[in-house]
Design a protein around this ligand. Sequence first.
Ligand code: ZN
Ligand code: ZN
Length: 159
Amino acid sequence: MLVMIMVTNRRFPEMGSGGADGRRGIERMTAQRRAILEELMGVDTHPSALELYEMVRQRLPRISLGTVYRNLEIMSEEGLALKLEHAGAECRYDGNVSPHCHVRCLGCGRISDVPLALPEGLAVEAEKASGYRIAGHRIEFDGWCGKCRRKRRKARRGE
Ligand SMILES: [Zn+2]
Ligand SMILES: [Zn+2]
């Protein structure tokens, strides 16, 4: 089980507007951000930026991967999206920002929601145990998804 940390630095300033066309640029950015957010909220697959880019491109063919990355950064800072980070793996994003648990596949890296009600006193217990004032939590399990389990079974049988 891993506890994840949200990145809160703002490394990517908004770009793509500028000059006399600045206003139109901002409007375009807003439409792009809305499209990204709508696509993200429409799935529970926790897509990577690249996967999301492929989805949004169906609607906005001229959008760039950089724009998707930048908007995802800003959206996670603003609390509109969750950024799921994992050492050595691509970041994945979640449009569902209500507290919930995740499970990550050790084989293919996919992430699924775990509909699990956590014990109500958990935050209080964590405060007592750590001396911190707890503001939230990220809980991620890891394991093997059905597809990867079948693949491993086949490999063991030498198929
Ligand atoms: Zn898997
Ligand atoms: Zn989720």
